[in-house]
Design a protein around this ligand. Structure first.
Ligand code: PEP
Length: 248
């Protein structure tokens, strides 16, 4: 297992173009990263190209928040994986819970996006997580297993391409109600076993859901939690710096 720690910042639709540029500039100027930290920011599609240029000579990568699986054509409003790659992206979030639950993205669509990301040489960050209702109905494991199976069954994972999954319980995202770290570690172990059984590849698994400077360390101490995917607390320089400091 790699000793690297992953620190991914999902800026969602929190920052407009100039706010994204200002934060990227502040990161480029202020942050020095130890070598074991892998950092990426996921700005809005409009800001991505400029943010990628601003961060070009830094160790910070960029990623798309969403991709479409067809390369080009009459798909008004969509942006393909290849287009994101050309705009400077290394990663793409796929199946984020806000895509699955607000925009009704299905497991089948998520799978198409995983394949499109790989075809465009992006590293997909595949997000999985159960709703509060699924957890209360004892369907947590079943839900996660279905999402993982759909994303990975019969896939030929390219050699040397990282396989990254983010475990993000839906009830923990943007609610301030973070998952208990012991439970998060249990879920990460389950996901790891399933991904290895399906692909033969050992995944990097990130925890996401109300990560804050005050609780991030509790996740990092667990053997199967390789890092965090952070929303709200990543969109301002003070809280992000405080989170980065926990990784040093
Ligand atoms: C996310 O959007 O992936 C996320 C985890 O959000 P938050 O940190 O705001 O809960």
């Amino acid at each position: 297992m790699s000793d690297k720690k992953y620190l991914f910042a999902n800026w969602k639709m929190y920052l407009d173009h100039s706010e994204s540029e200002a934060l990227a500039l502040a990161l480029a100027k202020k942050l020095t990263l130890p070598e074991h930290i892998v950092m990426a920011v996921f700005p809005s599609a409009l800001a991505l190209s400029d943010v990628s240029k601003t961060l070009k000579d830094t160790p910070i990568s960029t990623g798309a928040q969403n991709i479409y699986w067809i390369d080009k054509g009459g798909y008004t409003g969509e942006i393909s994986a290849h287009m994101y790659k050309a705009a400077g992206c290394t990663y793409a979030l796929v199946g984020h819970s806000e895509r699955r639950h607000i925009f009704n993205e299905t497991n089948h669509e998520v799978r198409q996006k995983v394949e499109a990301a790989l075809a465009a040489s992006l590293v997909p960050v595949i997000c999985v997580g159960e709703t509060e209702h699924e957890r209360q109905s004892n369907k947590t494991e079943e839900t996660i297993e279905t999402q993982i199976r759909s994303a990975f069954h019969n896939i030929a994972w390219p050699e040397n391409k990282e396989l990254i999954v983010a475990y993000e319980p839906v009830w923990a995202i943007g609610t301030g109600q973070a998952c208990d770290p012991v439970e998060a570690e249990r879920m990460h172990e389950l996901i790891k076993k399933q991904v290895i059984a399906l692909t033969g590849v050992t995944p990097v698994i990130l925890y996401g859901g109300s990560v804050r400077p005050e609780n991030v360390q509790q996740y990092l101490n667990n053997p199967n939690i390789s890092g965090v995917l952070v929303g709200a607390a990543s969109a301002n320089i003070e809280s992000w710096e405080a989170i980065v400091d926990s990784f040093r």
